[in-house]
Design a protein. Sequence first.
Length: 117
Amino acid sequence: MSLAFSERGGETNTQAALRLVHSTVFTSGHGDRQGAPNVVVIATDGRSNVRADRTVTEAMTARQRGAELFVVGVGNDVNTNEINDIASTPSGEHMAMMRSRPESFAAAATILDQLCV
Protein backbone atom coordinates (compact mmCIF):
# COMPACT_ATOMS: atom_id res chain seq x y z
CA MET A 1 0.00 0.00 0.00
CA SER A 2 1.29 3.47 -0.76
CA LEU A 3 0.00 6.86 0.23
CA ALA A 4 0.03 9.79 -2.14
CA PHE A 5 1.38 13.10 -0.88
CA SER A 6 0.53 16.39 -2.52
CA GLU A 7 2.43 19.61 -1.98
CA ARG A 8 -0.59 21.60 -3.13
CA GLY A 9 -2.88 20.37 -0.39
CA GLY A 10 -6.23 18.69 -0.42
CA GLU A 11 -8.77 17.21 1.92
CA THR A 12 -7.82 16.30 5.48
CA ASN A 13 -10.37 13.94 6.98
CA THR A 14 -8.78 13.25 10.35
CA GLN A 15 -12.09 12.52 12.03
CA ALA A 16 -12.80 9.64 9.63
CA ALA A 17 -9.38 8.12 10.26
CA LEU A 18 -9.88 8.35 14.01
CA ARG A 19 -13.36 6.82 13.74
CA LEU A 20 -11.94 3.97 11.64
CA VAL A 21 -9.34 3.32 14.34
CA HIS A 22 -11.77 3.00 17.22
CA SER A 23 -14.69 1.42 15.37
CA THR A 24 -12.89 -1.02 13.06
CA VAL A 25 -9.14 -1.39 13.50
CA PHE A 26 -9.02 -1.84 17.27
CA THR A 27 -11.74 -4.48 17.46
CA SER A 28 -11.49 -8.18 18.27
CA GLY A 29 -12.76 -8.96 14.78
CA HIS A 30 -9.63 -7.36 13.37
CA GLY A 31 -7.18 -8.96 15.79
CA ASP A 32 -7.27 -6.57 18.74
CA ARG A 33 -6.21 -8.40 21.89
CA GLN A 34 -7.22 -7.49 25.42
CA GLY A 35 -4.21 -6.25 27.34
CA ALA A 36 -2.25 -5.31 24.19
CA PRO A 37 -1.69 -1.56 23.86
CA ASN A 38 -3.51 0.26 21.06
CA VAL A 39 -1.13 2.92 19.77
CA VAL A 40 -1.91 5.37 16.97
CA VAL A 41 0.60 7.74 15.34
CA ILE A 42 -1.05 10.55 13.41
CA ALA A 43 0.93 12.79 11.05
CA THR A 44 -1.01 15.98 10.29
CA ASP A 45 -0.77 19.71 9.83
CA GLY A 46 -3.66 19.94 12.29
CA ARG A 47 -5.90 21.56 9.71
CA SER A 48 -8.77 19.14 9.29
CA ASN A 49 -11.11 20.39 6.61
CA VAL A 50 -13.61 17.55 6.26
CA ARG A 51 -16.08 17.50 9.16
CA ALA A 52 -13.47 19.30 11.26
CA ASP A 53 -16.05 19.75 14.00
CA ARG A 54 -15.87 15.96 14.62
CA THR A 55 -12.07 15.61 14.83
CA VAL A 56 -11.66 16.27 18.55
CA THR A 57 -14.76 14.23 19.42
CA GLU A 58 -13.47 11.20 17.49
CA ALA A 59 -10.05 11.57 19.16
CA MET A 60 -11.76 11.65 22.54
CA THR A 61 -13.74 8.51 21.72
CA ALA A 62 -10.60 6.70 20.56
CA ARG A 63 -8.81 7.63 23.79
CA GLN A 64 -11.81 6.60 25.91
CA ARG A 65 -11.77 3.21 24.18
CA GLY A 66 -8.13 2.73 25.13
CA ALA A 67 -6.13 4.10 22.19
CA GLU A 68 -3.00 6.08 22.95
CA LEU A 69 -2.71 8.87 20.38
CA PHE A 70 0.66 10.30 19.34
CA VAL A 71 0.53 13.26 16.95
CA VAL A 72 3.29 14.55 14.69
CA GLY A 73 2.70 18.09 13.48
CA VAL A 74 3.98 18.30 9.90
CA GLY A 75 4.86 21.49 8.04
CA ASN A 76 5.46 25.15 8.73
CA ASP A 77 1.86 26.14 9.43
CA VAL A 78 0.70 23.58 12.00
CA ASN A 79 -2.50 24.19 13.94
CA THR A 80 -1.11 23.31 17.35
CA ASN A 81 -4.52 23.69 18.99
CA GLU A 82 -5.94 20.81 16.95
CA ILE A 83 -2.98 18.49 17.40
CA ASN A 84 -2.91 19.24 21.13
CA ASP A 85 -6.62 18.36 21.34
CA ILE A 86 -6.06 15.09 19.46
CA ALA A 87 -3.01 13.88 21.39
CA SER A 88 -3.23 11.79 24.53
CA THR A 89 -2.15 13.40 27.78
CA PRO A 90 0.24 14.62 28.78
CA SER A 91 0.38 16.24 25.36
CA GLY A 92 4.06 17.12 25.75
CA GLU A 93 4.84 13.40 25.69
CA HIS A 94 2.43 12.65 22.85
CA MET A 95 3.26 15.44 20.38
CA ALA A 96 6.22 16.16 18.16
CA MET A 97 6.82 18.74 15.44
CA MET A 98 8.38 18.10 12.04
CA ARG A 99 9.02 21.13 9.88
CA SER A 100 12.16 19.95 8.09
CA ARG A 101 14.08 16.73 7.43
CA PRO A 102 16.37 17.08 10.51
CA GLU A 103 13.30 17.64 12.68
CA SER A 104 11.77 14.44 11.31
CA PHE A 105 14.49 12.46 13.07
CA ALA A 106 13.88 14.35 16.31
CA ALA A 107 10.13 13.76 16.02
CA ALA A 108 10.68 10.05 15.42
CA ALA A 109 13.04 9.85 18.40
CA THR A 110 10.48 11.60 20.64
CA ILE A 111 7.77 9.11 19.72
CA LEU A 112 10.06 6.09 19.98
CA ASP A 113 11.22 7.22 23.43
CA GLN A 114 7.60 7.18 24.61
CA LEU A 115 6.72 3.89 22.93
CA CYS A 116 9.74 2.01 24.20
CA VAL A 117 9.43 2.64 27.94
